[in-house]
Unconditional design. Structure first.
Length: 425
């Protein structure tokens, strides 16, 4: 059959049924496939999701779990985490349980400053242009602030400008950085609005052309740090030595370091997704910060204190918010924030950085003891059984048998399910 064209005029104007008709024909879906897409969307708050992005046909569910045992800055939290990967929620919960004996996690809250940049090209004399712009900074700020009086009423807004000249193969460029206090928002939308408003006036002042007017996701003025102590008597010196050896490798081997930092982001992204925050921006910022000195390094640090206990630390930029965007439009995001009970974006960032540290510790501990796959596959055993087509009535029993035998695979799941079915006839 000849593949249909993906050129579909005004697809965005069609309703859900019409879009599903097109998708069904294009991808040769059977009626059951179509029903799955429609059913999941109907079960959700369909009108909410159709307003979030373009051309919606369904939603992609992700499990929402709760990490337990967290005490952060002497406050108790149950932490919603949206993630499909087994062992992450369990690992973070266990790491938090072990850290409680030493008081849990302590954090330093970040500022709420986001940076936006305005790229100017075609300037004849950049030093003179900078002087002209500096003379008009106050009126430029006033013009931008008119775009968001609510933020300004809460003492947010542009706090300062900074300037940098770059020499590139496209010629010299001037970049104006605006430093914006975004309060309890993630801040991308308002920073972009301010940057565009300022650029429209600056180009007239210095007779230049503006190119980029955009937020930076390397939020180095929203740094957040967490620290926890895990007792030697709970871990044993062999485990501590293993974690320190693993960290040493991450410092010299980028192939290991990327996976080391991925373990941190397992925790960070899961909370970001649960609370409607932009996990892609957090990923970009974290990895950019990890490479800030020209080589890619681990975001966590571990060392033994005078008592021989293991101290873990994580420092990472975290641009998150509790107002605006998906945090208000997505009902699950709203409920996740309610479960957390957070009052400020800084408090949310403190939770996220603590879970990132906990998850990294949990991954390292598993790696240097039983190995990541053994524990991971135990938790994954039910997924394997479902993947094998095992009846839902037998999934738990099949998974238990595979774990007991230490033989977790699709083939074994099928064999066990057949054996159980025969035995129950």
């Amino acid at each position: 059959m000849t593949k249909l064209s993906s050129r579909i005029p005004r697809f965005f104007e069609k309703n859900i049924e019409e879009r599903l008709d097109i998708i069904q024909d294009f991808a040769e879906l059977n009626p059951e496939d179509r029903a799955v897409l429609k059913q999941i969307l109907v079960q959700e708050d369909a009108h909410v999701y159709t307003q979030m992005i373009e051309n919606v046909i369904s939603v992609m569910p992700v499990p929402l779990g709760i990490a337990t045992n967290f005490c952060i800055n002497n406050k108790e939290y149950l932490i919603p985490m949206a993630i499909e990967e087994p062992s992450v929620v369990a690992g973070a919960s266990h790491a938090a349980k072990l850290a409680r004996a030493s008081g849990g996690f302590t954090t330093n809250n970040p500022e709420s400053i986001m940076m936006g940049l305005i790229q100017l090209v075609g300037i004849q004399n950049i030093p003179d242009a900078i002087n002209i712009i500096k003379q008009h900074e106050a009126e430029l700020i006033t013009h931008a602030h008119a775009k968001d009086p609510v933020l300004i009423s809460k003492n947010g807004g542009i706090k300062r400008f900074s300037y940098h000249t770059y020499t590139t193969d496209r010629g010299d460029m001037l970049v104006i950085y605006i430093h914006v206090d975004v309060q309890d928002a993630m801040g991308a939308n308002i920073v972009n609005t301010f940057a565009e408003a300022i650029a429209s006036h600056v180009v007239k002042l210095v007779h230049a052309r503006s190119c980029l007017r955009i937020v930076s996701n390397l939020a180095t003025q929203r740094m957040c740090s967490a620290q926890a102590v895990w007792r030697k008597k709970d871990l044993g010196q062999d485990v501590i030595d293993g974690i320190l050896d693993a960290l040493a490798l991450a410092h010299v081997d980028a192939y290991r370091c990327v996976t080391h930092n991925k373990g941190i982001m397992n925790g960070i992204d899961a909370i970001a997704l649960a609370t409607g925050n932009d996990f892609r921006a957090l990923e970009a910022g974290a990895h950019g910060y990890a490479a800030r000195d020209g080589s890619y390094k681990p975001l966590t640090n571990y060392y033994q204190n005078e008592q021989g206990d293991l101290v873990g630390e994580l420092v990472v930029p975290l641009a998150v918010g509790i107002v605006g965007g998906v945090t208000k439009t997505n009902p699950i995001a709203r409920l996740s924030l309610k479960i957390l009970g957070v009052k400020t974006a800084a408090e949310l960032a403190s939770i996220i950085v603590s879970v990132g540290l906990a998850q990294n510790f949990a991954a390292l501990r598993a790696l240097v003891t039983e190995g990541i796959q053994q524990g991971h596959m135990k938790l994954h055993s039910k997924n394997i059984a479902i993947q094998a087509g095992v009846s839902l009535l037998l999934v738990d029993e099949v998974a238990h048998i595979m774990i007991r035998e230490n033989n977790i695979s699709v083939g074994r799941a099928l064999d066990v399910s057949l054996e159980l079915a025969k035995g129950k006839k």
